[in-house]
Design a protein around this ligand. Structure first.
Ligand code: AMP
Ligand code: ZN
Length: 113
């Protein structure tokens, strides 16, 4: 299995997991860009947002709602946080297993760089 996040999901590569269920695993980003920087990752391998089909609609909802739950647990719900799916080169995607970045704990600039 060559995919980094498939290996993290399987537990073959260590991570600091903050949540897991039958659909998703969430863990701390190894290079945090904000005081909260968690990745919400589906257990199933999906490379990019371009590869999502209608059969993934429930999964995407689970991912987004889990991101909100993690932000709420950390007290960032009312002050705000950011959720990001990077897709392919122009967005800087480096790991080709779908992941939702959950960033918070500092003001986040807009537009992004
Ligand atoms: P992206 O650029 O959207 O593909 O984001 C990939 C993210 O995965 C980056 O924020 C990396 O810091 C993060 N990352 C890479 N390797 C690991 C790892 N072993 N454990 C946790 N996060 C990682
Ligand atoms: Zn994978």
């Amino acid at each position: 299995m060559s995919c980094l996040f498939c290996r993290i999901v399987a537990g073959d590569i260590p991570s600091t997991k903050v949540y897991e269920d039958d659909d998703v695993v969430a863990f701390e980003d190894i290079h945090p860009q904000a005081p909260m920087h968690v990745l919400v990752v589906p257990r199933a391998h999906v490379a990019t947002v371009n590869d999502l089909g209608a059969d993934h609609d429930r999964l995407v909802g689970v991912m987004v709602r889990r991101a909100a739950a993690i932000a709420r647990e950390r007290g960032y719900d009312s002050r705000g946080f950011r959720t990001v799916f990077n897709c392919n080169a122009d967005a800087g995607q480096t790991v080709f297993h779908l992941h939702l970045h959950v960033l918070g704990g500092r003001p986040l600039a807009w537009p992004p760089g």
